[in-house]
Design a protein around this ligand. Sequence first.
Ligand SMILES: Nc1ncnc2c1ncn2[C@@H]1O[C@H](COP(=O)(O)OP(=O)(O)OP(=O)(O)O)[C@@H](O)[C@H]1O
Ligand SMILES: [Mg+2]
Length: 512
Amino acid sequence: MGTDTVLRAESIVKNYPGVQALKSVDFDLLRGEVHALVGQNGAGKTTLVEIIAGSVPLDSGTIYVEGVKCDFLDPARSIELGIQTVHQENQLVEDITVAENILLYDLPRTSYRLFSLRSCIRAADQLLQQLGIDVKPGARVSSLTFVEKKLISIAKAFSRQAKILILDEPTASLDSNGKQALFSLIRRYSALGLSTIYISHHLNEIFEISDSVTVFKDGVRVSTRRTAETDVNTVIPEMIGRSSQSLYVRDKTARQTLAERSLLEVVDFHREGTVDHVSFSIRAGEIFGIAGLVGAGRTELAQLIFGVDQRESGSLLLDGKEITPRTPFDAVDKGIGFLTEDRKDSGLVLIQPVYENITLVRLVKEIKARIRSFLNPTRERSAAETVVKQLDIKTPTVLQKVINLSGGNQQKVVLGKWLFAGSQIIIFDEPTVGVDVGSKSEIYRLIESLANDGKFIIIISSDNPELVAVCDRIGVMRTGRLCAELEGNQITEENIVNHSLGLASAGKEEST
Ligand SMILES: Nc1ncnc2c1ncn2[C@@H]1O[C@H](COP(=O)(O)OP(=O)(O)OP(=O)(O)O)[C@@H](O)[C@H]1O
Ligand SMILES: [Mg+2]
């Protein structure tokens, strides 16, 4: 082992019931490098880093940290060895403050060795300011948004002098500002000798930030290369087993004849402090994107429309007829679907099997409509199996509990749920977070086919290339307002970014 190898994993094997997650994987991490792990959903990336982080025990194999064999790893031991992890799923303690979470392993004590919340908050505040994260250290984690929680997990990882930093999809639903802030942090610390394992499905991020890239497929390490010596056309086929040419491209030229279609009007949605009198309308068959920075009010708008939060004004009209939902149940009754960005909190029943999650919304609807005959457990299962095939959800059977699926496959289950629900209007909030490039294309194709079936589609996304690829029109939100609407050749990443930041005057003029 070279002296500059800070971590070595040798012949790592990990089996789960019905799944070989890692099949004898070797992996070396060099000092000061950013080493990217890529691969399809379920390829084994998270399993490998969770083993290194001590959260998951290995079946066989050896881990060396700085040349020393680690016979036993648990989370505390791994932190002692200088390994810090931002997990794919939120692992913060909800009922205590941000500050306590950040300093969980080094809570400051008073001279009587009592825990001091005040100095804890002071220390956390300093760190948050240093990292440029705008969250109150005294707030309870349970009161934070999804994105704020992610930022706090990142701050937590930077709270200790680490040798190895593991980032498992750190940018999932960070906007471009957040990503750049994180990248400059990573660069700063790499220069000081920190080694980083970076997992992401955003290949552009991989090529921007990493020094080497390792491809996983079905629990096997396929290749490791210097990033500078490879490119997407090499990496994608290794990941997904087919060429990058087969990825989704939407033909938008055929989409001109919508004018006489049904019209959905979103009229004057308002909630003080978050959403500022937002109106827009879309035709059946149209895909309407909502872009903007995190905190611009996009998810809040969707929640107002869906009846999650109280609104001060706002109505939803379908061909002039009022269908404004009073509650989320009412929304579902009225044929509105809402795929939330936060799958763990509101999207999934994690301890239930895959098939029950997929058929849940439809079942509730049918029970309400007293159609008892259609779905029974057998039909439910076979219906779910169809969805699992369509979305290529990696699971041994539809009886598997959702909690045991990889992150991206959980996201696909949420998507499956709404595809199966038969909604007429569907709001997707960050639909492909954590989803691999191959499956993304499949999801875009499915969304397009929903549109072609005459459904109304609204997609909220921080992934600007995704919006550009998929949407017919894009509304950009900033500080609660819909500040621009782009269509045709106005739809470019640059325009979206400029409007998001308030730098643009192109496109539809700002309404005051
Ligand atoms: N606790 C568990 N019980 C059963 N199977 C599991 C468990 N955790 C992971 N698996 C399975 O192990 C395989 C590898 O999962 P892993 O989470 O490592 O994938 P990944 O590469 O991180 O995928 P993603 O990109 O979707 O996050 C998957 O087939 C997954 O379903
Ligand atoms: Mg994962």
